[in-house]
Design a protein around this ligand. Structure first.
Ligand SMILES: [Zn+2]
Length: 73
């Protein structure tokens, strides 16, 4: 088995699908981590997820771009 993909912590299966884009079904904007830019609006960095295709557990959630000026309260 591919070591990098790992195993599902829930069901122990190795059928992990990596790098799935996290999208929303509605059209009311985007879900992601907000970061500041030199522009007023800033940006949103989309999530990606690794998901177990056997039981549906999300084993990891992450963004691909790091080092941004993340918006925090
Ligand atoms: Zn699983």
């Amino acid at each position: 088995m591919d070591e990098k993909n790992g195993k599902c912590p829930h069901c122990g299966g190795g059928n992990i699908v990596v790098g799935v884009r996290v999208d929303q079904t509605a059209d009311a904007g985007r879900i992601g981590l907000a970061y500041k830019t030199k522009f007023v609006l800033g940006g949103t960095e989309p999530f990606y997820a690794d998901v177990c295709d056997d039981c549906g557990t999300i084993t990891r959630i992450y963004v691909k771009e790091t080092g941004k000026n993340w918006y925090r309260k």
